[in-house]
Design a protein around this ligand. Structure first.
Ligand SMILES: [Mn+2]
Length: 259
């Protein structure tokens, strides 16, 4: 099941346009053939009705609706929306011994404040009880000193771009999978800005030096072999900034993750 969450209100005024991504990606998905595993999934979709003028109420709605969705569907694919949606979707998902694997150029660990935004949703999740040692960041390359401190103090696993380019994606992926295997279930969150802006310029914060689209797909194809990934989200795609490349990649990511 594909779940559309067209929220831009968590982007502090910098993500207007992301609400158009879910429909654009679905439109593109309908044109795609089988994925690289030779599989073409039926496209079932539903939309969570949010109110972009009220982020608190929207987060409440998202959490309630996602609790139902996680009961009804084995591994829903959630399309945002800005990254603040993960604050509510992960709350609906979270249980003991649950991993949160995040591809993102940014750690989103800015100071705690409410409501959670796309700059601090992860920090707020930790404040609210998420064990930071259950977080795995991949592809980070722009963060401030306080965020780096928080990562170090809380022993958050952080496979930043430098590590990926020095260790190689194969070894990093081995390490990620080994960690993920320790959890009962894993939530996979993909911020499109993990990918280099040359492949995916349609996003709010373009950060040079990211993953190639093929490198991201390498990780995702291997991660698909983990049987404990029970939720996937794809966020921060903004078709108002750029559409052809970024919506194309977004649709491909969804197509490849379906099975
Ligand atoms: Mn980001």
């Amino acid at each position: 099941m594909i779940i559309k969450i067209p929220l831009y209100a968590g982007g502090l005024g910098k993500t207007n346009g992301v609400e158009k991504a879910p429909d654009k990606i679905l439109e593109k998905l309908k044109e795609l053939n089988c994925n690289e595993d030779g599989f073409k999934a039926p496209l079932n979709e539903l939309e969570i009705q949010i109110d972009n003028s009220n982020i608190e109420a929207s987060q409440k709605t998202i959490e309630e609706e996602m609790k139902k969705a996680f009961t009804n569907y084995p591994c829903p694919i959630i399309i945002g929306g800005d990254h603040s949606i993960t604050y509510a979707t992960f709350k609906a998902f979270n249980q003991e011994n649950c991993g949160l694997l995040i591809f993102d150029a940014h750690p989103d660990l800015m100071q705690e404040f409410d409501p959670a935004t796309h700059e601090n949703y992860l920090r707020n999740l930790v404040r609210d009880g998420l064990d930071p040692s259950n977080i795995i960041l991949v592809g980070t390359r722009n963060q401030d000193a306080e965020e780096l401190n928080f990562i170090a103090q809380n022993k958050i696993k952080n496979f930043n771009m430098k590590k990926i380019s020095y260790m190689g994606k194969e070894e990093v992926c081995d390490a990620i999978m080994e960690t993920c295997n320790k959890f009962d279930k894993v939530y996979l969150s993909i911020d499109i800005d993990a990918v280099d802006p040359s492949f995916a310029p349609g996003t709010g914060h373009c950060e040079p030096g990211g993953l190639t689209s093929r490198e991201l797909l390498y990780f995702l194809h291997r991660l698909k072999n983990l049987k404990n990934i029970k939720a996937i989200d794809l966020v921060e795609i903004n078709p108002e900034k750029e559409e052809r490349l970024t919506i194309g990649l977004g649709a491909k990511i969804v197509n490849e993750m379906m099975n």
